[in-house]
Design a protein around this ligand. Structure first.
Ligand code: HEM
Length: 500
């Protein structure tokens, strides 16, 4: 009995010593750092899920924002950096991108375990990432986006018809859910050339699978992610798949069927699928790579964009002044005599652009993003040299920067006019590195212009046809969902819509 007790205590002690062995990492190097606590370090919420993990990062940001350009902290037993200074963020993302071209995803997923997500551009690294990014970038050219717009208009029609049909029921709309249907329709039509029928089918399969693909909240996935954050070395011995197999197969099949149908039918459509088919011919692309390109667009595109539009409509509903001003400008400037959206004017429209950016300033969909140091580099930290070593993970807390009163007056208020030309416009804030809803530098979001296009179109369609107000069912103040890694609020966003 005593032997067992001693053995177990020794194991626990050794584990504790091993786990906390890096807790003086930053002290030894003279860098400001938050004191870690065993076993969760400085981010207990990531493991306990009592609140959203981002609140832990925000607390660190708030404590150090006037004191240091970056600060050390721990996730579990792993030392990480939180960058606070926009100048250093720009150095990392742009000027010294060659020292920081990976992110943490690249280590968490791999092709063997997750054949599709492991090939997602956001996960690839090194030369392979560079080649794939170059390969796929032309698919997002201005001309191609322009030719996709009629497909967006078709989806808008189903979206509007759905709302018109539902209004007599006198129930509020969970705007997040209907926008996920809308963007699923848009993306399915633009990538695979099919109508996902999200608004008309009782159980729209593509929407359901899309929901499952992006659901990182199941206990199985949460457990695996936890395991990989606490014991990252496990990956070397065991391939752990995060994405559900059934969902993976569904999307691979969908993509294969779409390619076969398109090749057989000889249809000429200047969409994303036709670009992939050209690519397949030119570069002898494997089927799995084709599927991965398609699914990446689908998964990275539909949920991020649907959330962005939902927040835009929520803020517009919440502010009658902005709503009326925007509606007036839409009717006077953005609709032609046939009642159609004028595409070029929509893209350039200043007020719509300001609303889009002000919404994503307050509600960045990706609240922080990450880079991993790929080649060591020295930065100045409060007059002292600090070496960022290869492998160190660096987090960029955009949600906190977007709400920092040093960069934005009355930061929690929704004021699109803060981006007026006399303040330098959106560009000025982006150049200063304080507005980054799509990231920046070599890994900036590849779908940014597509997202802008479909978001603006959806907002025009809704604001010109319906009067919006926030329903009491929306929980206020808005609180981040403890289980989500994207900016998703507890209880949904509920709006009342009235036909104009
Ligand atoms: C409003 C909607 C969207 C938001 C807010 C958003 C935001 C972001 C952010 C913050 C990043 C990380 C950038 C960085 O690390 O510097 C990113 C990367 C990425 N996004 Fe988006 N995104 C949106 C829509 C889309 C769409 C429509 C697509 C469709 C293809 C897409 C595809 C990607 C891809 C593939 C990456 C990885 C790029 C790389 O690592 O090279 N996103 N996005």
């Amino acid at each position: 009995m005593w032997t067992y007790l001693i053995l177990i205590s020794s194991i626990v002690y050794l584990f504790y010593r091993w786990f906390t062995s890096k807790y003086d990492y930053f002290i030894q190097r003279g860098l400001p750092a938050v004191k870690p606590k065993f076993p969760f370090g400085n981010t207990p919420a990531a493991y306990t899920q009592k609140r959203n993990f981002y609140y832990d990062l925000d607390e660190i940001y708030q404590s150090y924002r006037k004191k240091t350009p970056f600060v050390g902290y721990f996730e579990g037993g792993t030392p990480k950096l939180l960058v606070i200074s926009p100048e250093i963020i720009k150095e990392i993302l742009i000027k010294n991108f060659s020292h920081f071209h990976h992110n943490e995803f690249t280590e968490m997923f791999n092709k063997e375990a997750d054949p599709i997500f492991g090939r997602n551009l956001a996960v690839l690294k090194g030369q392979e990432w560079k080649d794939k990014r170059t390969e796929i970038s032309p698919a997002f050219s201005n001309n191609r986006l322009r030719s996709l717009f009629p497909l967006v208009e078709d989806a808008l029609k189903s979206f509007r018809n759905f709302i018109v049909k539902e209004i007599p029921k006198n129930e509020p709309f969970d705007i997040r859910e209907i926008l996920a249907k809308f963007t699923t329709d848009v993306v399915a039509s633009c990538i695979i050339g099919v109508d996902a029928q999200s608004f008309t089918k009782v159980k729209p399969e593509i929407r359901e699978m899309g929901r499952k693909y992006m659901d990182f909240t199941s206990s199985d996935v949460q457990f695996k992610m936890l395991l990989l954050t606490f014991f990252p070395w496990i990956r070397k011995f065991k391939k752990i798949s995060i994405i559900n197999k059934e969902v993976n197969e569904f999307f691979i099949n969908l993509m294969e069927q779409a390619v076969t149908m398109r090749e057989k039918s000889n249809t000429k459509r200047d969409d994303y699928l036709s670009y992939l088919i050209e690519l397949k011919k030119k570069k002898n692309l494997a089927d799995i790579d084709m599927a991965a390109h398609g699914v990446t667009f689908f998964t990275d595109g539909f949920e991020t964009s649907s959330l962005a539009i939902a927040y835009m409509l929520y803020e517009i509903a919440n502010d009658k002044r902005v709503q009326e001003k925007l509606r007036k400008q839409i009717n006077e400037e953005l609709i032609d005599e046939n009642g159609k959206i004028i595409y070029e004017k929509m893209l350039e429209h200043e007020y719509l652009d300001q609303i889009f950016h002000e919404t994503l300033r307050l509600h960045p969909i990706i609240m922080f993003f990450n880079r991993e140091c790929t080649e060591e580099i020295i930065f100045d930290c409060n007059g002292k040299d600090f070496k960022i070593e290869k492998g160190m993970s660096v987090n960029v807390p955009i949600y906190s920067i977007h709400r920092d009163p040093d960069y934005f007056v009355n930061p929690t208020e929704f004021v699109p006019e803060r981006f007026d030309a006399e303040n330098g416009g959106v560009k000025e804030f982006r150049n200063r590195g304080v507005l980054m809803p799509f990231g920046d530098g070599g890994r900036i979001c590849i779908g940014m212009r597509f997202a802008l296009m479909q978001s603006k179109a959806a907002v025009i369609e809704i604001v010109r046809n319906f009067e919006l107000s926030v329903n009491n069912k929306t929980q206020k103040p808005l609180v981040l969902d403890p289980k989500q890694y994207m900016n998703i609020k507890v209880g949904g966003l509920w709006l009342d819509l009235k036909t104009i």
